[in-house]
Design a protein around this ligand. Structure first.
Ligand SMILES: NC(=O)c1ccc[n+]([C@@H]2O[C@H](COP(=O)([O-])OP(=O)(O)OC[C@H]3O[C@@H](n4cnc5c(N)ncnc54)[C@H](OP(=O)(O)O)[C@@H]3O)[C@@H](O)[C@H]2O)c1
Length: 260
């Protein structure tokens, strides 16, 4: 995939992996458009990367996506790559009845429905381009449920399944479909957690995005570091060990919450 002459829309490009994509794709010479909900974060991204174009837009809101489509196709008709990166990850106790129905669905609305809605809205435009791509960000958790974050786990398995079907349906078109599969990466994603993962378990966003850009340039359909290959093999050989490892964390987190 040629990145230098591309116009790239990154959802959730104000933090973590998205912000690192902004940095490294700018270095590649691409034109970058970034979305997010928080205006201060968008302004800060624009301050650090003055050439970037920012739009306040929430991928879980249908009106926001429709307006974003109108604005971007008018102002940036050369848009040819969309990176569906916006995501949220919460620790959720499924027995917590204080969470209402909207609340329990929040990660689905952003991570899964947000991705599907963005693709559906922008696909007709991408199909008019000479060369185009969709990059959906899933997770190592797509291969094994992580019991402390059950809704997140469901969304990432869903993003992977959806992306595989999308790739097949678009195989005879000009739109290439990529899945970026990060393992644990040190970002702001787990900032609100009562127990955060040890830094030693986490990759840096810089390294993850280098792998992704290298894969995009070589047209590798799965953009994944070595750690994901290990997880894929382990989930086949010792699936219950991994599931139980995650569930031990849930039990520890639950104890911490009760002790609060
Ligand atoms: N970090 C990891 O360990 C890890 C591992 C595997 C996969 N991933 C995936 O990588 C992606 C990026 O995560 P990250 O770790 O970089 O997290 P992050 O540092 O928390 O960044 C998330 C970004 O998404 C934006 N965002 C959240 N909800 C949004 C919404 N409804 N509409 C538009 N933008 C929204 C945030 O900005 P606002 O809050 O201002 O909207 C922010 O820019 C996610 O899809 C995540 O699931 C991360």
């Amino acid at each position: 995939m040629d990145l230098k002459n591309s116009t790239v829309l990154i959802t959730g490009g104000t933090s973590g992996i998205g912000l690192e994509l902004v940095k490294q794709l700018t270095e590649q010479g691409a034109t970058i458009i970034v979305t997010g909900r928080n205006l201060d974060a968008l302004n800060e991204t624009k301050r650090v990367f003055p050439k970037v174009h920012t739009f306040q837009s929430d991928v879980s809101k249908l009106n926001d996506i429709e307006q974003l489509y109108k604005d971007i196709t008018q102002q940036f008709p050369a848009l040819n790559i969309i990176i569906n990166n916006a995501g949220q990850m919460r620790l959720i106790d499924l027995q917590d009845s204080s969470l209402d129905l909207e609340n329990i669905n929040r990660e689905i609305a952003t991570n899964l429905s947000g991705t599907i809605q963005m693709v559906h809205q922008f696909l007709p435009h991408l199909l008019t381009q000479k060369s185009a791509a969709i990059v959906n960000v899933s997770s190592g958790i797509a291969f094994m449920s992580y019991s402390p974050a059950p809704i997140y786990s469901a969304t990432k398995a869903g993003v992977r399944a959806y992306t595989q079907a999308l790739r097949l349906q678009l195989e005879d078109t000009n739109v290439k479909v990529f899945e970026m599969i990060p393992p644990g990466v040190k970002t702001n994603l787990q900032n609100d957690w009562i127990k955060r993962p040890a830094d030693s378990m986490m990759m840096t966003a810089d390294k993850m995005v280098k792998v992704a850009i290298d894969g995009l340039l070589k047209d590798k359909k799965e953009l994944k570091p070595f750690a994901i290959r290990v997880i894929q093999i382990a989930t086949k050989l010792i699936p219950n060990v991994l599931l139980n490892f995650g569930h031990r964390e849930f039990k520890e987190i639950k104890k911490l919450k009760i002790g609060k």
